[in-house]
Design a protein around this ligand. Structure first.
Ligand code: DQA
Length: 146
């Protein structure tokens, strides 16, 4: 078995399903992790899925991914727009990282238009609900096949 792909979600994403369903839909984060894992398993790739409301813990998980994973999918939630620490952590690891957002952040408030993470990831997917995670996984699974 190859190295796992890490899927990290930041603050308040544990509230998916209840949180602003008109923006984020009705699926829970567990539902999303389950369908991502099914997709990955079909390609014999393991996923390691985590959620934390704490910036420092997300830094630890990014560093862990750098040591153990073949790729990283990260939805940092609101920390996207504020966290130099998360950007530095991603910059310090040597695996492809993809930034995802469920909502189209560019259709929303101005403060969501800036991301500290975009300059340090290979690409950004936003606006497709839970499919944003799936599309990011497709990209990394394709990289695995090369
Ligand atoms: C989000 C967008 C962020 O602006 C917001 O703070 C979130 C979720 C998204 O997935 O659309 O928590 O990252």
């Amino acid at each position: 078995m190859s190295k796992p792909i890490y899927v990290l979600s930041g603050p308040n994403l544990n509230m998916l399903g209840k949180r602003e369903p008109e923006i984020y839909g009705s699926q829970t984060l567990d539902d999303i992790h389950k369908s991502l894992s099914e997709k990955a398993t079909k390609q014999k790739v393991e996923l390691s899925c985590h959620q934390s409301n704490h910036e420092g813990q997300l830094v630890d998980l990014i560093q862990e991914a750098g040591n153990k994973a073949s790729g990283l999918i990260i939805n940092a939630g609101a920390l996207t727009h504020t966290s130099i620490a998360l950007a530095d952590a991603i910059r310090a690891i040597d695996i492809p990282a993809i930034e995802v957002h469920m909502s189209n952040v560019y259709q929303r408030e101005e403060f969501r238009h800036h991301s500290y993470l975009s300059p340090v990831v290979i690409g950004l997917i936003c606006g497709f609900g839970s499919q944003s995670y799936e599309l990011a996984l497709d990209v990394l699974l394709r990289e695995e096949q090369r």
